[in-house]
Ligand binder design. Sequence first.
Ligand SMILES: NC(=O)C1=CN([C@@H]2O[C@H](COP(=O)(O)OP(=O)(O)OC[C@H]3O[C@@H](n4cnc5c(N)ncnc54)[C@H](OP(=O)(O)O)[C@@H]3O)[C@@H](O)[C@H]2O)C=CC1
Ligand SMILES: CC(=O)C(=O)O
Ligand SMILES: [Mg+2]
Length: 615
Amino acid sequence: MFTLVPRSLISRSAIAGQKGVLTETLRVLKIDDTQKRTNVTGDVISPSQVMGIDHLRDPRLNKGLAFTLEERQALGIHGLQPARFKSQEEQLELCRISIERYQEDLNKYLYLTELHDRNEKLFFRLLSENIESLMPIVYTPTVGLACQKFGLIYRRPRGLFITINDIGHVFEVLKNWPEPNVRAIVVTDGERILGLGDLGACGMGIPVGKLALYTALAGIKPNECLPIVLDVGTNNQNLLEDPLYVGLRQKRSTGKLYDDFVDEFMQGVVKRYGQNTLIQFEDFGNHNAFRFLDRYREQYCTFNDDIQGTASVAVSGLMASTRLTGKKLADNKFLFLGAGEAAIGIADLTVKALENEGLSLQEARDKIWMVDIDGLLALERPEGGLDGHKKFYAKAHQPIKDFAAIVEEIKPSVLIGASAAAGAFTPTVLKAMASFNERPIVFALSNPTSKAECTAEQAYANTDGRVIFSSGSPFGKIVLGDRTFYPGQGNNAYIFPGVALGVLLAGIHHINEQIFLLASETVAKFVTDEDLAKGSIYPPLSAIKECSMSIACEILEYAYKERIASVYPKPKDMRKYVESHQYNHNYEPSLPQTWPWPNPPYIKTRPMEPTKLKA
Ligand SMILES: NC(=O)C1=CN([C@@H]2O[C@H](COP(=O)(O)OP(=O)(O)OC[C@H]3O[C@@H](n4cnc5c(N)ncnc54)[C@H](OP(=O)(O)O)[C@@H]3O)[C@@H](O)[C@H]2O)C=CC1
Ligand SMILES: CC(=O)C(=O)O
Ligand SMILES: [Mg+2]
């Protein structure tokens, strides 16, 4: 049942630096002929105790050179790696040096993907401890480029691809996912990837990136997260003709077939993982996003991040901005460029926030003006197209198409872009905002950076630095004369990880709007006077993990108060309860705690002094 490893195999060099004393021949675990894994006394051990080279190849188990000599011996990986022992901190330093060596962000993305595939704990610790520098790589803007180049850079599978051809067998495909305890799914059909349009199956980068943030920002365990693409084809002609395209090479399925497929997917998830599985809809086309939210929100544990998560982060920014303007939210006039998922979501939640300030529903809606591709949402406009929630914001006003003219006419105090119309906030528009507002509020929320309605530099330069600005993708610091500004990132990443954590831990079945308003208030409270003075209406990215924790705790308190929690008994200390369920990205011992080796252990080891690496 076990193999005796001769002393000769344990060379001096192998233990150099570890200065252990070998007192006896080592015994290592082996897989026996029946493939059952056994320990030295012949007991069958957990299948997770993967042995030999497979242990190194499993990213969830692999610790690279951080395996101790005892672990290397016991796991049958002794000799499969160089002799050197490294701490996780030393490995992190090497990762940082390696990343800095890459000039192009896409190469940094590929390095991180490879690390994720190789050593999960190291990847998540690196990401979680370097949010400011690495979030723009695993998330917007670089993830957009990674999706555009998906066919070229695709190496190893990550996530589940369910195609329209699997209809009738979606559950069987879900069963192929190797993890039994999935709690959260991020799903896209790739039709509206950031502001880049229809990228079909190449959209997988988005669920992968969002779920990386679930773990890095909220500590949701990676094995509990499942990224999914519903591949129903693509209407992107370039992709259909691209020999590198990896998805179904056909036009998008629509109508009943498409709806039946998504229905079957939702049912399949519940059958496989239970009804409390959180399903986050991401980057669906506008015409499907609202429909599915309406259809599923009372049936499943689900939310649409582009509608609700974005709303929450934008309203949070509006709340924080009141501290700079000295106005109430209700003192503002809001103008949106875009009347889609993000814009309508923000408008609807702003209405709720205004109602909380005492306005009636109609009074609140009257304060919000919107512009879509056909111009101002005006009741009498010849193009019509005022369907869905657009009709609530359409005004009895003459139709106007020219955006700068609309801004001049409406004179908003808040201008929010969620249109993917790059550069639409021209210097003329920004100067106009500065002419009728002491502190104009301008959010250019479209992603990735190339789609932003204006850059941070343009916003500050055209408003004498008086603008209260935020953007969907990050901009660096802006220097204007002797002043320096650090604009915040108005991105739903401040919201969805914490919401998911709170919802999962409370066992909330249906996610109501109040939860997103609660998240807005929580993030706004995190903004310090120092942040505001620096020009940011969001907390720094370095505080985003703490934000996620607070959002989760607030949601838990709310869920028990409103009797929508389903996990009992109610935890006494919410924070401790949350912490006890979070992922630990630090290495842990690789040998079972109830190790049946004689005491004292065969190898005595001493921790090595960390070695300083040179770049
Ligand atoms: N910062 C963040 O956290 C988030 C940012 N976003 C970003 O917001 C952008 C929009 O996303 P989403 O709302 O989901 O997309 P949608 O397709 O749902 O909406 C886009 C809206 O913009 C309008 N529009 C498009 N082009 C123009 C134009 N030239 N002039 C005026 N209006 C225009 C469309 O008009 P019509 O209705 O007539 O088609 C539509 O109302 C994307 O870039 C996305 O990345 C999205 C979610 C989160
Ligand atoms: C951030 C995000 O969800 C989007 O741009 O779609
Ligand atoms: Mg999105």
